[in-house]
Design a protein around this ligand. Structure first.
Ligand code: LRH
Ligand code: MN
Ligand code: MN
Length: 388
C-alpha cells in the first residue's frame, strides 16, 4: 500500500515543471566556461534535450525560450519541432542585459530612444509568443546603479512604469507579463526591481494580467522565501517560480541541492495557498549546469521538486492546525518535520513504474546511451548566452 492517498497521487500526476532552454547550453562563471561534449548547437537541439527529460520523468512538458539566445527564422517551425518531440514551447524570456545600449538601463533609461528600443524588443517577444503559443512574457531587468548619486532612483521607477504599461497594453487576452525581481547583480548599489514589494507595486499598477516571478536565488541570505510565497499567493499575484538553489549569491545550482528543507517549506506554502497545479502559478527551473552533465542535471532537478512536493503533501493538515490552535509548539513542529523526514523515494519509484515510467529515471537515462549519441553527433555546442 502506498504512503500516498489517491488524491495526493492525482496531484502529483498533474505536476508540470518548465525547463529553461539555456540549461542545456554550456555555461560557467566569469572565470571559465567548461564545454560539455554533445552540447546543443541551436534551439532545436536544446529542445531535443529537454524532450528527454520529459520522456524519462513525465514532469517537464514545456520548455522556456530566451530571446535573442533562441532566435530562429521560423517560430512556427520550432513549435512543430517541439510538438513532434512531445513538448510545448513555454515562457518567453526577454533579454535587455547584453547590449551596449543598455549600459545605464533599458526600460528605465533616461534616453527615450533607448527605452524605445527596449520596449520594441518586448513587443517582438510578444509576437514570438503568438507564434509559439506561449502564455507568459517573463521580464527580468539588469538595471540599476553602482554608486550613490549615480542615478535618479525615483525617476527610474516612474519610467519603468511607463515602459511596462506600453508592453502590457500589447498583451493578448490570454497572455501575461511576469516581472522577476533580484536584489543585486549586475548592479551593486541599487537595482530597479530588487524585491517582491517593488515587483508587486509595478505589476499591481498594470492590471490582472501582470504577476510577480519569484526566483528562489534572488534574495539576501536568510530571507524567509516561503513567507513571500505565502503573501503573493494570498494577494493572487504569484505568477511564476524560477527554481534553483544557492549557497552564496545567484548560484543557479540544482533546485533542492543546497537546502532541501527550504524547498520543502516553499512547496508546503504553495500547497497551503492553493498554488499547486493552479494554472495561474507556473513552475520553472532557472539553472545552469557548469560542471555536471546537463540533461541528467535537469532530470535530477525535476525529481527533486517532485520529491519535495510529495513530502509537503504528506503534512497532516488537521493535526498541524490542531496543534497550532492549542499553542502546542513542539507538536506542531513535530507534525511538520515528520512529513519532511519521510523518505518518499521508494513509493514514488513504485508509482512511476505503475504509470509505465522508469522507476529510476536517472539510471534509465544513463543507460539509454543518449549522451554518447549526442557527443558523437554534435560538434561545437554553444554557450548558454552568458558571456556569449
Ligand atoms: C537573472 C535570471 C533571469 C534571467 C536568467 C538567465 O539572474 O535569473 O531569470 O532571464 O537569469
Ligand atoms: Mn531567474
Ligand atoms: Mn538569476
Amino acid at each position: 500500500m502506498s504512503i500516498f492517498s489517491a488524491d495526493q497521487l492525482a496531484q502529483l500526476e498533474q505536476q508540470a515543471i518548465e525547463l529553461p532552454s539555456w540549461a542545456f547550453g554550456n555555461s560557467g562563471t566569469r572565470f571559465k566556461v567548461f564545454a560539455t561534449p554533445g552540447t546543443p548547437r541551436d534551439p532545436y537541439e536544446k529542445i531535443a534535450d529537454a524532450a528527454q527529460v520529459q520522456k524519462f520523468t513525465a514532469l517537464a512538458p514545456t520548455v522556456a525560450l530566451h530571446i535573442p539566445w533562441d532566435k530562429v527564422d521560423s517560430y512556427d517551425d520550432l513549435r512543430a519541432h517541439a510538438e513532434g518531440l512531445g513538448v510545448q514551447l513555454g515562457t518567453i524570456n526577454s533579454n535587455t542585459f547584453q547590449d551596449d545600449d543598455y549600459k545605464f538601463g533599458a526600460l528605465t533609461h533616461e534616453d527615450a530612444a533607448v527605452r524605445r528600443k527596449a520596449i520594441d524588443h518586448h513587443l517582438e517577444c510578444i509576437d514570438v509568443m503568438h507564434a509559439t503559443g506561449s502564455r507568459d512574457l517573463k521580464i527580468w531587468l539588469a538595471e540599476g546603479s553602482n554608486y550613490p548619486g549615480q542615478a535618479d532612483l525615483r525617476g527610474r521607477q516612474d519610467r519603468l512604469h511607463e515602459s511596462l504599461a506600453e508592453i502590457y497594453a500589447r498583451l493578448g487576452d490570454e497572455q501575461r507579463l511576469v516581472l522577476e525581481y533580484k536584489f543585486f547583480e549586475p548592479a551593486f548599489y541599487h537595482t530597479d526591481v530588487p524585491d517582491w514589494g517593488t515587483s508587486y507595486a509595478q505589476v499591481a499598477a498594470l492590471g490582472d494580467k501582470a504577476m510577480v516571478c519569484l526566483d528562489t536565488g534572488h534574495h539576501a541570505p536568510g530571507t524567509n522565501i516561503e513567507f513571500i510565497v505565502m503573501q503573493l499567493l494570498r494577494l493572487g499575484k504569484l505568477g511564476s517560480f524560477d527554481f534553483n538553489s544557492r549557497f552564496y549569491a545567484d548560484d543557479d545550482l540544482i533546485v533542492g541541492a543546497a537546502d532541501p528543507f527550504q524547498l520543502f517549506r516553499i512547496l508546503y506554502e504553495v500547497i497551503r495557498g492553493g498554488g499547486l497545479n493552479n494554472p495561474d502559478v507556473a513552475f520553472m527551473l532557472d539553472q545552469c549546469h557548469n560542471v555536471e552533465d546537463k540533461v541528467p542535471g535537469q532530470i535530477r532537478s525535476v525529481l527533486n521538486v517532485q520529491e519535495m512536493t510529495a513530502r509537503a503533501l504528506l503534512v497532516d493538515g488537521a493535526a498541524l492546525a490542531a496543534a497550532q490552535r492549542s499553542g502546542d509548539v513542539l507538536e506542531a513542529n513535530r507534525v511538520f518535520m515528520d512529513a519532511f523526514y519521510t523518505d518518499v523515494r521508494p513509493a514514488l519509484a513504485e508509482w512511476r513504474e505503475s504509470r509505465g515510467l522508469p522507476a529510476d529515471p536517472m539510471k534509465a537515462f544513463a543507460e539509454s546511451g543518449y549522451l554518447a549519441q549526442i557527443a558523437a553527433d554534435r560538434v561545437g555546442g554553444v554557450q548558454a548566452g552568458w558571456g556569449a
